[in-house]
Ligand binder design. Structure first.
Ligand SMILES: *Cc1c(COP(=O)(O)O)cnc(C)c1O
Length: 228
């Protein structure tokens, strides 16, 4: 199957209100252009050093989503063009994004990453940490970020029930926040969850953004570059 037909197959199976982020990390500009020529405009990358050259060399109507662990010292390279940062996992990072947002006169769309898996290697806030942050004067002073929702990654397992419960937990937390802290926000509406192996479950559990890589572009070959 080629990239265009993979895309078409996935899009035909997901509801219209769900955004498909085509995760193009490790894949070439030519492969991204195959998806682009098929009409796709929303792509995701997880490394700043890989995203920046792709941004520079590819069409400017692409909406780039940053989905990886973001280091504070690299925010400045993507602030001016990034459509959404999915992976904000600390107040420190949020403050830094706000700082560069102010500098570049942008309001940066972000999602707060929540720790939902049973894996030490994954990042994110827990509920108490989020609640504490929402009270913090430093958080309330971040005018150049727009919190658009939550993001989570389920445990890497074949156990569907485990995955489903983790996604459900994220949706429940989202609803709780939507009904309290964010009740006045028109922007707080996204739940980014679901990848190639579990996006169908994620959508059943309320996902509004799925991040799908290998099912579109094929398996990734990290070669010697693999560091995470
Ligand atoms: C790589 C990646 C994906 C896509 O993974 P696939 O299994 O290839 O669909 C989704 N989300 C994040 C955060 C990723 O790093």
């Amino acid at each position: 199957m080629d990239i265009a037909s993979n895309l078409q197959e996935i899009l035909s199976g997901i509801p219209r209100h769900v955004t498909l982020v085509a995760v193009s990390k490790t894949h070439s500009k030519e492969q991204i252009m195959s998806a682009y020529k098929a009409g796709h405009r929303v792509f995701g990358e997880n490394k700043v050093q890989e995203l920046v050259p792709k941004y520079e060399q590819l069409p400017k109507d692409i909406k780039w989503h940053f989905i990886g662990h973001l280091q504070s010292n690299k925010i400045k390279y993507i602030t001016s063009f990034i459509h959404m940062i999915h992976s904000v996992d600390s107040l420190g990072l949020l403050k830094e994004i706000d700082k560069y947002g102010r500098k570049y006169n942008q309001v940066v769309n972000v999602l707060l990453q929540v720790y939902i898996a049973k894996e030490e290697t994954k990042f994110g806030f827990d509920e108490q940490e989020l609640m504490a942050m929402f009270q913090s004067p430093n958080y309330l002073a971040c005018y150049n970020v727009r919190v658009c929702g939550l993001m989570g990654m389920a445990t890497n397992t074949d156990n569907e029930l485990t995955i489903r419960n983790e996604f459900r937990f994220l949706t429940d937390l989202f609803k709780k926040l939507k009904g309290s802290v964010f009740s006045d926000s028109d922007y707080f509406k996204e739940i980014s969850m679901g990848m190639s192996s579990d996006y169908a479950i994620a959508i059943e559990e309320g996902s509004t953004i799925v991040r799908v890589g290998s099912k579109i572009f094929g398996e990734r070959d990290y070669g010697e570059k693999e560091i995470e």
